[in-house]
Every structure is written in structure tokens, then in C-alpha cells.
Design a protein around this ligand. Structure first.
Ligand code: HEC
Length: 289
């Protein structure tokens, strides 16, 4: 924590990136991606999908990461997810039956705006709905996912497998409906709002301080590419986790109250973050620090 404060004092947040005022998603996107292209001119666009490892100064982390990728620790969790995906549910159908194209090459459009319910839907939500419709009784259908790791991790593993079926597909989010744009605007507001005792916005760490090392093995990733690896496995956690769990931990790092896993506000934040990574290839599940 102290290190964060020192860093912040050092750069002085007067020069911080600021939220674009009245703008439309397409011009927000250009501004956001240009910010990182300018800040990290040597990083190739597609490489931003690989998180903090590709940023200048993190070469040691990159080497370590490559070594991990030879026998990725997430393989075990991913295999659990695959088994869940392939095992018939009580109705006799499998998860694939609930998705277009059997669930292949569609995750790049998640999260998406659903016209019928007028809500943003995540892959986790669709997987849970599918389980319910097919009379499955997974623990994750009833548990408080923020609190119950034993229920959340299987959902993360299943979601990781779902995303792995779309590996390499480029993020493409449809914001053509007015409701989608409204949800996007809410996510954008969340991203740029300062919160917690540290009075930090997501943007302060993942834009202003991106590429800096907070010490104690805590280099900071650029927000560009933020969602491409998730569900992901962190060395520190030793298990595959959902992106909402990541959001919860980022909120508590600045001593702000985290929101509920699966809350609408996190769905909107995920929509905003994912749209900002438009064009990048999905790499989930991946290893992360
Ligand atoms: C105090 C600094 C700090 C703030 C503020 C912060 N984070 Fe993080 N975040 C981290 C650290 C440290 C990590 C782990 C290293 C990394 O990948 O950046 C991380 C990781 C992440 C990741 C995973 C990135 C990847 O490539 O796997 C996401 C996504 C993320 N944060 C989103 C957010 C969002 C959204 C907010 C605002 C609600 C936020 N963070 C606020 C410090 C912060």
C-alpha cells in the first residue's frame, strides 16, 4: 500500500489520463487504444492480449511466464471445465446445446446486450441459465459466488473452457442498441471514478501507472487487453477465477467496498473494458501474476 502511495506521489496525478467527456463509444475506443499505443510504442497491438508481460521493463516476468506456459498450471482446472461441458446434464443434453455453433467461436461477442431482458449478459450468466434449464444442480446456481470459492471456481473453470473454444477470436462487441450504449456509459463511469481510502480509479492504476512495478511482484498491466485472458489463473491464487472476482480484489486493493459477484455494475464494467479491447484476440484461460 505504501509503495502505491509513493508511486502516486512520484508521478503526480495531475498528469493523469482523464475520462473523455461527451463522446461516442467508437471515438472513446480510438482515444483509449491510442493512449496505450503512444505510451508503449514498441508493443505490438496483438501482444496487449498478453497482459503485463509484454510491457517494457517486464522482461523477467515475460521469461517466467513463458516457462509457466510450457506446463500451464491452469490445465487441471481447464480439464475440470471440459468435463463439465461434455458431461450430459440431467435432461440428457450438454452445455453445447444451449449455444449457437455449439459454443465454438462465439465468446468474442461476450458480454452482450440482450434486447429481450434489456440487460447485459455474461458467459457465466448464460452457462448458469443453461444448467438451470437442463435441470442441473450445481452448487454455483444457488451459492453466494463472491463468498463461496467452492462454488465459484467450478463456474470459473466451466467458463474458462467455454472461452477456450473461442481462443484467438478477436473481440467484437455489438453496441448498436441504445440500451447497450447506456450500459456501456455506466461501465465507463465506474472505470473512471475514484473510490476507496486511496481514492483511486481503475484508470489510475491501469492507465497512469501501467507498466510500473508496485514492488513485491506487483507489476501493473495496461487496461488494453484486460479481459482477453479471463477466466485466468494467478500464481498467487493457484486456481482459475472469474473476472468479477478479479474486479472484487482490485476494488479491495484500494480499500473500497467490492460489489457483489455478478452484479449489474460489474457486468457494465466488463462490457466497457471488453469493448475497449476490441480487435484483440482472446487468450483465456491464461496465467497471470
Ligand atoms: C491500486 C492499483 C489498482 C487499482 C486501482 C485497480 N487495479 Fe486492477 N490490478 C491491480 C494489480 C496489482 C493487478 C495484478 C497485476 C496486473 O495484471 O495488473 C490487477 C489486475 C487487474 C486485471 C487483470 C489483468 C490481466 O491482464 O489479467 C483486471 C481485469 C483488472 N485489474 C481490472 C481492474 C478494474 C476494472 C479496476 C477498477 C475497478 C481496477 N483493476 C483497479 C491493481 C489495481
Amino acid at each position: 500500500m505504501k509503495r502505491i502511495l509513493i508511486l502516486v506521489a512520484a508521478i503526480g496525478l495531475t498528469g493523469a489520463a482523464t475520462a473523455p467527456a461527451l463522446a461516442d463509444p467508437a471515438s472513446d475506443l480510438k482515444q483509449f487504444q491510442d493512449f496505450f499505443k503512444k505510451k508503449f510504442q514498441t508493443v505490438k497491438f496483438d501482444d496487449f492480449a498478453n497482459g503485463l508481460y509484454v510491457l517494457p521493463g517486464n522482461e523477467d516476468y515475460l521469461e517466467q511466464w513463458k516457462a509457466y506456459n510450457e506446463f500451464p498450471p491452469y490445465e487441471l482446472g481447464l480439464a475440470n471445465g471440459k468435463k463439465m461441458w461434455e458431461t450430459p446434464l440431467k435432461s440428457g443434453k450438454t452445455f453445447a446445446s444451449c449455444f449457437k455453433n455449439g459454443g465454438k467461436n462465439i465468446a468474442q461477442h461476450y458480454p452482450y446486450w440482450d434486447q429481450t431482458t434489456q440487460k447485459v449478459r455474461t458467459a457465466e450468466m448464460d452457462l448458469m441459465d443453461c444448467a438451470k434449464r437442463n435441470e442441473a444442480d450445481f452448487k454455483f446456481l444457488t451459492a453466494d459466488l463472491g463468498k463461496e470459492q467452492g462454488a465459484r471456481v467450478p463456474l470459473a473453470e466451466l467458463t474458462a473452457y467455454f472461452y477456450s473454444l473461442s481462443k484467438g477470436q478477436r473481440i467484437s462487441i455489438d453496441l448498436s442498441q441504445p440500451g447497450a450504449v447506456k450500459a456501456y456509459e455506466e461501465g465507463k463511469k465506474f472505470w473512471w471514478s475514484r473510490r476507496g481510502q486511496l481514492n483511486f480509479a481503475c484508470a489510475n492504476c491501469h492507465m497512469d501507472l501501467a507498466g510500473k512495478n508496485l514492488g513485491g511482484n506487483q507489476p501493473l498491466s495496461a487496461a488494453l487487453g484486460h479481459t482477453t485472458a479471463w477466466p485466468a489463473q494467478r500464481l498467487e491464487w493457484g486456481r482459475i477465477e472469474t473476472i468479477h472476482f478479479r474486479y472484487m480484489t482490485c476494488n479491495s486493493q484500494v480499500r473500497a467496498k467490492s460489489l457483489k459477484h455478478g452484479s449489474e455494475a460489474y457486468n457494465h464494467l466488463q462490457l466497457y473494458e471488453t469493448y475497449m479491447s476490441s480487435g484483440l484476440p482472446l487468450s483465456a484461460p491464461a496465467m497471470r501474476n
